[in-house]
Design a protein around this ligand. Structure first.
Ligand code: DC
Length: 221
């Protein structure tokens, strides 16, 4: 099995890039952020504060998460319900970042992520894939871009979807999330020592895709 780990901060373009590369080279694309988002959603639905480590940990007993792949698209199944369409709100983004700092949550999701890579060729994106989840991945990339560039991309994406979007609020949300993800005690967002860092500021999606495909081909030849 071949594993490609792609880590990096929110909005660096990991998911759109990883999805496209995976479909072009026939790997499955695993978006691990969706797992944290589903746990965040579950806590919000139960009226549990996502930063309350003890209560969240206890509630995990009632959480059942599975990933399914339909026509190459990942769907997250939370307690039997496909919640994939409910986990992209900014409320859930914040909750996911809060629950992701809780060690019990990371532990809870670890085996599920590792097992996927045992049975499939994967491109897995997240924050700690190259460092913790798949330390033996054949290819490790760390994708990043300046906070302003990431906010600009998200802003454009939201306007294209017809949503209202406030650039400075998006930029602030990105900065807060970066700060929380990079400074937490457990599995903080840092490149693995053997990861190749790709700064995508000023690059088009196609340029990044081409570069990554070249890199994967060279590493797995
Ligand atoms: O990639 P994303 O924005 O969907 O991730 C949502 C949150 O989950 C993010 O704030 C950090 C956390 N996360 C993580 O801690 N580890 C991962 N492997 C993936 C996501």
């Amino acid at each position: 099995m071949i594993a490609v780990a792609i880590d990096g901060p929110a909005g660096a373009g990991k998911s759109s890039i990883a999805r496209r590369v995976a479909s072009e080279i026939g790997f499955i694309y695993v978006d691990t952020g969706a797992l944290y988002r589903s746990i965040g959603l579950h806590m919000l639905r139960q009226n549990i504060f996502p930063g309350d480590a003890q209560t969240v940990k206890k509630e995990l007993e009632h959480v059942d998460i599975a990933l399914e792949f339909k026509n190459g698209e990942q769907r997250v199944i939370l307690c039997g319900e496909d919640v994939s369409d409910f986990i992209r709100t900014s409320e859930v983004s914040k909750a996911s970042s809060q629950v992701s700092a809780i060690p019990a949550v990371r532990e809870f999701l670890l085996e599920l992520q590792k097992n996927l890579a045992k049975t499939h060729n994967v491109i897995m994106d997240g924050r700690d894939i190259g460092t913790v989840v798949l330390p033996n991945a054949q290819v490790k990339l760390f994708l990043t871009a300046s906070p302003e560039e990431r906010a600009k991309r998200r802003h454009k994406e939201m306007l294209e979807k017809g949503c209202k979007a406030d650039f400075s609020a998006i930029l602030q949300e990105i900065r807060e999330r970066d700060d929380r993800d990079a400074n937490r005690e457990i599995a903080p967002l840092v490149p693995a020592e053997d990861a190749v860092v790709v700064d995508t500021t000023g690059m088009t999606i196609q340029e990044v895709i081409d570069k990554i495909k070249e890199f994967i081909a060279a590493q797995t030849a």
